[in-house]
Ligand binder design. Structure first.
Ligand SMILES: [Zn+2]
Length: 69
């Protein structure tokens, strides 16, 4: 299910709020709203406690590589 209410049917070129139309899945009518100025970033950093050194350990790491590869 898309993260946007308004959906677009590619078969009949119609607009709908349903997840399916004409027997196939509908597409989101427009991309999700996004801004490079992340207004909620300070709250998210506080929520995830990124200043705690233990938080660094939760980040994904690169796998081991050998010289032969
Ligand atoms: Zn349709």
């Amino acid at each position: 299910m898309a993260r946007q209410l308004l959906q677009h049917c590619l078969s009949c070129n119609g607009w709908t709020l349903a997840a399916e139309c004409c027997g196939q899945q509908t597409r989101a009518a427009a991309p999700i709203k996004w801004s490079p100025e992340d207004a909620k970033a300070p709250y998210r950093r506080r929520l995830e406690n990124v200043e705690d050194p233990a938080w660094v350990e939760t980040l994904p790491k690169l796998g081991e590589r050998t010289e032969e590869e």
